[in-house]
Design a protein around this ligand. Structure first.
Ligand code: F3S
Length: 399
């Protein structure tokens, strides 16, 4: 792989041990993946923040990097942590876990990361320009950045995104190259797709059937950013899909060549198979909304749905969002409307990366297929999917 003089200096240790370690990681990765060079990046989004995910070994590794002088060079935001950084007690998180999670946050802080802790950085100030090269690691954000924002990123691991943030560079391969961003399959959608839940079901179904590649979806109504973000998350959860196109919605999708591509059809029956696979028997006692983290519009919608309603005894309604959207929603009165009805709005974390089993609830329902895909394995709760209104209704009084 070709390196500039400056990059060779970094690799030789001329800019300190932390930069050298980061450069070694990127060069090894680039060599394995066939990159011809490193390219500068505009921003990074770093996963591997939850103590529950990375444990003591990951925490100590981050502290070592910070101690060795690793300093972040480009705008860099963090994926959700393993707890709400302020209201962790209300989630059932214990002192030990809290202390370790804070050590992780402090290590990132020392390195210069923005402590955003969200999977929707593009809603709170880390929205790359179209065509920008970036190094992001959260799978739903990667899909959204490539497909909706038109930025270019591979799906980075936590360490490679951090190394990219520290050096300001990433290996040039995969989705950074224009020739690898063309559709590989055409998906004709013959199902009724309206709500965010429909888009989540569709994304999960396409990922389940296709597995990988870049689908071009046709026959899908024009979608807003909330629908596209929930679909990005689902496509990456059931498959390894880091980029998609939707004719009439995403950039360039109208003019793309489709001759010779694999073709498949997704109908209502396929969506029903997905719903069945992601839905356990029994009645949910916890509704979780916000996978990916809620936008301000979704917070407003929840506040409206909950007007004059009340969460039932022994039930929970937990809403997940970023600190930035929380602050805005608080000013607008959405948070007080949700919490006045007995719900809770948590920030900095989510139902998948926090120890949800500590909540005491047994069965989560969500409008997000990604949440229902992961929750049973990450916390042992049962999971189900349904649309937003149904999910919320299941935990309200008198239902
Ligand atoms: Fe975000 Fe957590 Fe879902 S990181 S996409 S809310 S699993």
């Amino acid at each position: 792989m070709f390196l500039t003089k400056d990059e060779e200096r970094m690799l030789a240790g001329g800019k300190g041990p932390a930069v050298q370690k980061a450069m070694r990681l990127l060069v090894a990765l680039g060599d394995v993946l066939g990159a011809d060079r490193l390219i500068p990046i505009e921003s990074a989004q770093i996963a591997g923040v939850s103590y529950g995910n990375i444990g003591d070994a990951g925490m100590e590794l981050l502290e070592d990097w910070a101690e060795q002088g690793a300093r972040i060079k480009v705008k860099s935001t963090l994926n959700p942590a393993g707890m709400d950084l302020e209201r962790w007690r209300e989630m059932g998180v214990d002192e030990e876990y809290h202390a370790r999670q804070l050590r992780i946050i402090r290590a990132f802080e020392r390195m210069g990361a923005e402590i955003t802790c969200t999977c929707t950085p593009y809603l709170v100030g880390n929205a790359p320009k179209r065509g920008a090269h970036i190094a992001w690691s959260e799978s739903s954000a990667v899909g959204y950045a490539n497909s909706v924002l038109g930025a270019k990123t591979n799906r980075e691991g936590g360490p490679s995104a951090l190394a990219a943030a520290v050096t300001g560079r990433t290996p040039h391969y995969g989705l950074h190259m224009e020739e690898n961003r063309k559709p590989t399959a055409v998906v004709e959608v013959k199902a009724r797709i309206v709500t965010t839940y429909d888009f989540s079901l569709l994304g999960y179904t396409v990922g389940r059937i296709l597995g990988s590649g870049i689908p071009l979806l046709i026959g899908v109504p024009r979608a807003d950013s909330d629908r596209l973000k929930i679909m990005s998350a689902a496509l990456a959860a059931s498959g390894g899909i880091a980029m998609f196109r939707v004719k009439g919605t995403t950039p360039e999708a109208g003019g793309l060549k489709t001759e010779g591509l694999e073709r498949l059809c997704v109908d209502q029956r396929e969506l029903e198979i997905t719903r069945e696979r992601l839905s356990a028997d029994g009645e949910p006692d916890l509704a979780c909304i916000g996978c990916p983290h809620c936008s301000a519009k979704e917070m407003r919608n929840l506040a409206r749905i909950l007007k004059g309603r009340r969460v039932g005894r022994g039930k929970g309604l937990w809403i997940w969002t970023s600190k930035g959207i929380y602050n805005l929603s608080k000013r607008e009165g959405y948070v007080s409307a949700i919490e006045g009805a007995g719900g809770k709005v948590f920030t900095d974390t989510c139902m998948v990366v926090c120890p949800l089993e500590k909540s005491g609830y047994k069965h989560m329902v969500s409008n997000s297929c990604k949440a229902a895909h992961y929750v049973p394995s990450t916390s042992g709760l049962k999971a189900s999917v349904t649309d937003l209104h149904n999910a919320v209704n299941k935990v309200l009084e008198g239902q």
